[in-house]
Design a protein around this ligand. Structure first.
Ligand code: 3PG
Ligand code: MG
Length: 379
């Protein structure tokens, strides 16, 4: 992709460089609201760019969002834990306060852009996870400063765009998650380029409804049944689950719930029940496809995996992907978290730091943050 790289900035020694990273890591809080980092993956993925700049003598200021504080300071989303983490590695680095404490960030306010770039000579966008958002810190600075993509942004873009350009077949995509409305554009975009699309998560029920199956009280999107029907009719690419684990509709589910044992359900879910994970026969069916794939793209969990009773499908797929020997790309917060929790990250070829950003790049082939770098000051 034709975007300027760190080397294109020339000699950065003595220069002040503003780096936009995505340091939006999951946090947990103690009773005093002190936050600690649950998983530093996004921070560690951002280090190569900082390393390059610091080793080459730049004065580095990093900015990022953390959570969704809605344009006002919020004690839950202070940058302190992230700043401490980075300063322990690079004491000389400056870490600005959460850019989303200012309404100008999401509004892409030119005044906020001026505030961000004050005193800076150069700008680096390394925030892949937020490059689908036209926010001030993502799209603003390249209009005023000589700019480049950081190492993480470049790697994400190369891997994800390369995936659809010349994938080695068989190419199997695994798409899950709750809502088919979030993934339908992705399915449409990749359908002509992949051999199989394995559909998991609650979004499978909209496809099952389109095939005439009963879905009981399972989550499904009635508005999208016709669209799913059209997708199914035109292709032999889509593979939907043939069984599920679920619960009676009156029983609670979710993180920490464990009130009742899961029941086995077939591809027709009776009324009074809902499906919450793919079942053993579906796991077997999916693994058979995964095992002969040369390229795998995975986005979205197979069930309500944060409830231990319904994590089996997602974990089985995570293991199969890791063991497959295929070139594997995993994107999306939940599937990446499942891979990470299972300790499988080192066996995935590319674990993306972006959720929405990876979906949008695969769907559209471009992102506002990339366009800004391309159209900014000509180097
Ligand atoms: C993410 O968590 O997906 C990225 O950091 C982007 O965050 P956002 O969805 O709040 O814009
Ligand atoms: Mg998100």
């Amino acid at each position: 992709m034709d975007i300027p790289q760190l080397e294109d900035l020339g000699d950065v020694s003595g220069k002040s460089v503003l780096v936009r990273s995505d340091l939006n890591v999951p946090l947990q809080y103690d009773d005093d609201l002190d936050a600690s980092i649950i998983d530093p993956f996004r921070i560690t993925s951002s280090l190569p760019t900082l390393d390059y700049l610091i080793k080459n003598g730049a004065r580095v200021t990093v900015c990022s969002h953390l959570g969704r504080p809605k344009g006002v300071p919020d004690p839950r989303y202070l940058m302190a834990p992230v700043r401490n983490y980075l300063k322990a590695i690079y004491p000389e680095i400056e870490v600005m306060e959460n850019v989303r404490f200012n309404k100008g960030e999401e509004a892409n306010d030119p005044e906020f852009v001026q505030f961000l770039i004050a005193g800076q000579d150069l700008y680096v966008n390394d925030a892949f996870g937020v490059s689908h958002r036209s926010h001030a810190s993502v799209v603003g600075p390249p209009k005023y400063l000589k700019s480049a993509a950081g190492r993480l942004l470049s790697k994400e873009v190369n891997v994800l765009s390369g995936l659809l350009e010349a994938p080695k077949g068989p190419f199997v995509a695994i798409i899950g998650g709750a809502k088919v409305s979030d993934k339908i554009a992705l399915i449409r975009a990749i359908e002509p380029k992949v051999d199989k699309i394995l559909i998991g998560g609650a979004m499978a029920f909209t496809f099952l409804a389109a095939m005439g199956h009963s879905v009981g009280d399972s989550l499904f999107e009635v508005d999208l049944v016709e669209e799913c029907k059209a997708l199914l009719a035109g292709s032999d690419t889509l593979v939907v689950p043939i069984d599920f684990l679920g619960l009676q509709s009156s029983i609670k589910f979710g993180r920490g719930e464990s009130g009742a044992d899961p029941v086995s359900l077939g591809e027709d879910v009776p009324s009074g029940f809902r499906g919450l994970d793919i079942g053993p026969k579906s796991i077997e069916l999916f693994i058979a496809e995964i095992n002969h794939a040369a390229t795998i793209l995975w986005n979205g969990p197979m069930g309500v995996f944060e409830d231990d009773r319904f994590s089996r499908g997602t974990l089985a797929i995570a293991n199969a992907v890791a063991e497959s020997g295929a070139f594997s790309v995993v994107g999306g917060g939940d599937s990446a978290a499942a891979i990470d929790a299972a300790g499988l990250a080192p066996r995935i070829s590319h674990l993306s730091t972006g959720g929405g950003a990876s979906l949008e790049l695969l769907e559209k082939g471009d992102l506002p943050g990339l366009a800004a770098l391309r159209h900014g000051l000509v180097l």
